[in-house]
Design a protein around this ligand. Structure first.
Ligand code: SAH
Length: 353
């Protein structure tokens, strides 16, 4: 094992930061042995702050209409093969109610950028959810909005917002998105969300087409600067009806390595073991937990629409609609020494306060 690279991990562990060249060298030079060295430290940090608890978030994918045309995404607007759906407010509330009974205390409303859900409609839904489950946290993940819209949702009771920056480098961002979208606007949204007082989550895809270790280095430096409460990362996975249909998926080892690095850089963050990670390999989410992750986000969407929220091929559709399924998740986490808990699971990275 390279002493130079273990030295960089030790430096990250003590300083919580590296410079761009150091990040890139560490990421490019990773080996299975180096990864084990990293994970031993990242697990220790995770356990220091969060013990062996695994927080669960009930994910409700409430619309797959989207006005955007991101090259990687299966529900991009120019994919005519998607069967489009929207849940009604009533359906969303019944997902929350069912989730509450199963021990979920955080709900994540995720969707495409769907003009049907105006600010007024969103505010109505947010208020209704908070009325139904006042002791739960509500997370939104509905893309780029003007400051005032974010503010209106926050004032209505939304607690958290997930908006992955996707990739920090503006040229790489351009290579993944249509000309109407830009890295700087996306990043400004994150600063706006922070300013308003949300617990903010950002993140990126690992192994997206054209991504280099230098790009990932830029992502790490941006994330440290933003100092978010959560970071969601997962491998890029091609979708057959997108311009990236023939691109290679992101690698498991790189995704796990980035999880470990994130845990060392910002030890108090919430770090999900994502669905995409569970999709590229059986047991991927367990490996994510063992690399330093502490959150899983099972699907609470009604089972008949799950297959239509198809961001990438072979996406896991298993939800958690029953107590048996929750038990199944508990068993899988228990098998690796971790414990699913019923809690809001707020971030300990509380730079907002
Ligand atoms: N419209 C919302 C939600 C997007 S979907 C928004 O703009 O934030 C949530 C995340 O799925 C995206 O941020 C992206 O990082 C990820 N995603 C989309 N397509 C993907 C693919 N093909 N492979 C892996 N992840 C993908």
């Amino acid at each position: 094992m390279s002493a130079h690279l273990t030295g960089l991990i030790d430096k990250l562990h003590t300083d919580r930061s590296l410079d761009k060249a150091e990040w890139a060298a560490l990421i490019a030079g990773r080996t299975p042995e180096l990864a084990e060295y990293l994970f031993a430290l990242s697990r220790k940090e995770r356990q220091r702050y969060y013990g062996r608890d695994v927080y669960i978030r009930g994910l409700i994918e409430f619309t797959n209409y989207c006005k955007n045309d991101c090259f990687y995404c299966g529900i991009r607007k120019s994919n005519w093969n998607v069967h489009r759906y929207r849940l009604t407010e009533e359906e969303i509330l019944s997902c929350c109610q069912a989730g509450y009974a199963l021990g979920f205390r955080t709900f994540v409303l995720q969707g495409g950028e769907d003009g049907y859900f105006t600010d007024a409609r969103m505010v109505h839904i947010i208020r209704a959810i908070k009325e139904l489950c006042p002791n739960c946290a509500l997370t939104l993940s509905i893309g780029e909005k003007p400051y005032d819209s974010y503010k209106a949702y926050f004032d209505a009771g939304a607690d958290r917002y997930l908006l992955r920056h996707e990739t920090y480098d503006p040229c790489h961002y351009k290579a993944l998105h249509p000309p109407s979208l830009s890295a700087s606007v996306r990043q400004q949204c994150l600063w706006d969300l922070k300013d308003i007082g949300y617990q903010v989550g950002t993140g990126f895809m690992v192994g997206s087409p054209g991504q280099t270790p230098e790009h990932l280095a830029g992502d790490m430096i941006f994330i440290r600067q933003l100092d978010p409460q959560m970071v969601g990362i997962g491998p890029f996975i091609p979708h057959h009806d997108t311009p990236f249909a023939r691109e290679k998926a992101g690698a498991l080892d790189l995704t796990l390595f980035m999880l470990g690095l994130l845990r060392l850089m910002l030890p108090r963050i919430l770090l999900p073991a994502t669905t995409a990670l569970g999709t590229i390999v059986d047991g991927g989410r367990e490996l994510g937990i063992l690399a330093g992750a502490n959150v899983v986000m099972p699907n609470l969407s009604p089972s008949d629409v799950r297959k239509d929220y198809n961001l990438y091929d072979n996406k896991l559709y298993t939800g958690i609609e029953s107590a048996e399924r929750r038990k199944g998740l508990e068993d899988r986490m228990a098998a690796i020494g971790y414990k699913v808990v019923t809690a809001r699971g707020d971030s300990l990275n509380t730079s907002n306060e």
